[in-house]
Design a protein around this ligand. Structure first.
Ligand SMILES: [Mg+2]
Length: 235
């Protein structure tokens, strides 16, 4: 990997720093215990939920079902596999799941170590996230990383979302950065990486699933620690 002394780092939040999938699994497991649901193995329950959620998400994205339907049905249909047919309960479960997600604290592997080290080398950070203001700020606070960031740009709050270059520009302006010294780090190729390309800054595709990729990001890696190798000396 070519080395370059970046000073400004724009980070995506979900699945780049905050471990969305592990946090979802932990939270669902906690709720299964809380309501003493007779579902046996909780990993199997989560796998079934994941599959159903994925299917319903595609329907939601195509405009076939509403967000409200998605939020209830993903749990309703999962519980149906266990012979529990209770829409009202699925609604309560689904709402509580969403309300408590930002209280979960798991970070992606090595995220804390990498933030700490880059900061100690003089890095300046901003968050650039598509999401809801209240939810994303709670995730940053509860997972203990809020203090690393000089600016937080949340799409809902800013009225513009990735991949629009406007959100990247707002973040860079807020930390007083220069495009040539800035690196965008994110796991979503279309939103994080292509957005950063359009804006005109280098990109670190955190490709933690190691999916084939020929879009030509500046860096393609499944390990956040590669950020330390890229910027190997003090700034
Ligand atoms: Mg992400």
């Amino acid at each position: 990997m070519k080395q370059k002394q970046y000073k400004y780092f724009l980070f995506d939040l979900d699945r780049t720093l905050w471990d969305f999938d592990l946090n979802a699994k932990t939270n669902i497991s906690r709720l299964v215990d809380k309501y003493s649901l007779p579902v046996g193995d909780k990993t199997t329950f989560y796998d079934i939920y994941n599959e159903i959620n994925h299917t319903l998400w595609s329907q939601y994205e195509k405009g076939i079902i509403s967000k409200e339907t998605l939020r209830v049905e993903r749990f309703h249909q999962t519980l149906l596999r266990y012979g529990i047919d209770d829409i009202a309960f699925a609604g309560i479960f689904g709402e509580e799941y969403l309300d408590t997600m930002p209280d979960q604290t798991a970070l992606m592997p090595h995220a804390m170590e990498v933030l700490t080290e880059l900061k100690s080398r003089g890095g300046v950070f901003a968050i650039v996230s598509n999401g809801f203001k209240e939810v994303q700020y709670r995730k940053l606070q509860n997972s203990g990383i809020a203090g690393f960031f000089n600016a937080v740009m949340i799409s809902e709050e800013q009225g513009v979302h990735k991949p629009s270059p406007i959100l990247f520009k707002k973040a860079l302006d807020a930390i007083g950065g220069d495009k040539s010294e800035t690196l965008m780090i994110g796991d979503d190729f279309a939103n994080d990486i292509e957005g950063a390309m359009i804006f005109g800054i280098d990109q670190f595709f955190y490709n933690y699933k190691s999916i084939p990729c020929d879009g030509g990001p500046t860096y393609n890696s499944n390990d956040l620690r590669d950020l330390l190798t890229i910027t190997s000396s003090p700034l």
